[in-house]
Design a protein around this ligand. Structure first.
Ligand SMILES: [Fe+2]
Ligand SMILES: [Fe+2]
Length: 195
């Protein structure tokens, strides 16, 4: 059966029948199973982004972040979160933490999602005064249960990850970890479905 004839024939979702949706369900499942590969491609693609003012490209920055987290003994979910924390840079340059957080949210703990979602404002502590901003933007979250965790992430696995001489592990090293996290059944599908 060709791909064309396997398609549903309805033009409005409300007109689809059980056979249509059973077929779509099978195709969707195949697509979802390929998510780890798309995540890897997204990290690799960061290298060609226009954020060229730094000493390392965004892929190298991401690998350095993940490698430092791994070598510090962080858990697999955290290491993968470090690897993808900037994948929103191309499509969401003004809200890239939220984009990466949305990608992670169904698969990791709320704490790790929160860290990634909020890392941009915490990162400002290290550079904002040089660009006309305030380093204290993160203070709006002071008292939050994951304030210190997010500050720690930025200090140890983000603001320090622009060293071209750091011996990062290659992207392929992280493939099994990415497979483990993004290949699992969503842990929090109820939150993933509504945001
Ligand atoms: Fe970032
Ligand atoms: Fe970063």
């Amino acid at each position: 059966m060709s791909g064309h004839t396997a398609r549903a024939t309805f033009t409005r979702m409300q007109d689809g029948g059980p056979d249509d949706y059973a077929r779509i369900d099978v195709i969707d499942a195949g697509y979802f199973s390929e998510l780890p590969g798309r995540i890897m491609a997204a990290v690799a693609g960061l290298a060609s982004e226009g954020l060229g003012g730094y000493a390392v490209d965004r892929t190298q920055h991401s690998l350095q972040s993940a490698t430092r987290a791994l070598r510090a003994g962080e858990e697999t979910d955290y290491v993968v979160a470090a690897l993808v924390h900037d994948i929103g840079d191309s499509l969401a340059p003004f809200s890239h933490g939220r984009l990466a957080g949305s990608v992670l949210k169904p698969f990791v703990s709320p704490r790790i999602t929160w860290i990634v979602e909020h890392h941009p404002v915490f990162q400002m502590y290290f550079y904002a005064p040089h660009m006309g901003g305030t380093r204290d933007a993160r203070e709006r979250y002071r008292g939050h249960e994951w304030f210190d965790d997010t500050a720690y992430f930025c200090e140890h696995y983000d603001e320090n990850c622009f060293d071209p001489n750091y011996a990062s592990l290659p992207l392929e090293y992280f493939a099994p970890l990415v497979q483990e996290v993004f290949g699992r059944s969503p842990l929090f599908p109820e939150t993933a479905a509504v945001v």
